[in-house]
Design a protein around this ligand. Sequence first.
Ligand code: 4NP
Length: 196
Amino acid sequence: NPQSTIPIFSYIYLFKAFEIKKYFEKNYILSMNIKEIQLRILFVCLGNICRSPAAQGIMEHLLLTDYKNINNRVIVDSCGTIDFHAGNQPDRRMREEASKRGIILDHRARSINLNDLKINDLIIAMDDSNYNNIIYMGGDKNKVKRMIDFVEDKRGYDEIPDPYYGGKEDFNLSLDLIEDGCRGILNYLIDKYELK
Ligand code: 4NP
């Protein structure tokens, strides 16, 4: 009889409604968590006065300009594998060439420590020697990557060359490769973590 079937259907509807509510809650919570995650990127070179502070400055600049929509999702830092220049400003030549591109480098040099290996999601080595030193310290190969692997126009280089003993053109070559690599890293992260 039709009267007795009504309560059964309404139970089914109630149950369905509850499932739908749970589904939305779960996805809402998931999307909240994803929004809150901040990715840490650490750039590493030898002295932390030329290449890695330039990478940090360029990355921060990109996060305020072309990639400002994901600015709140990424934290950037840099360090060196040696502490010889600890506390120093970036190399004057690198600051000058970067400032011509509208990028102010105000990092103070420091050397890498074991905590850096733990707290960072991506550790970007400028050259193979930096890479090997970070791995030797215990860096996780899933996190430690080479900058050159993110560079689209590698210009025949298989690492970011050290400009320290070079001239202006070497600093500009570093800056070109590093900017290309920074864009590559951001595009990789946007893809991997579905950043919006
Ligand atoms: P960076 O360049 O590793 O890109 O900061 C260098 C800085 C200092 C030295 C070498 C490279 N140094 O021999 O002191």
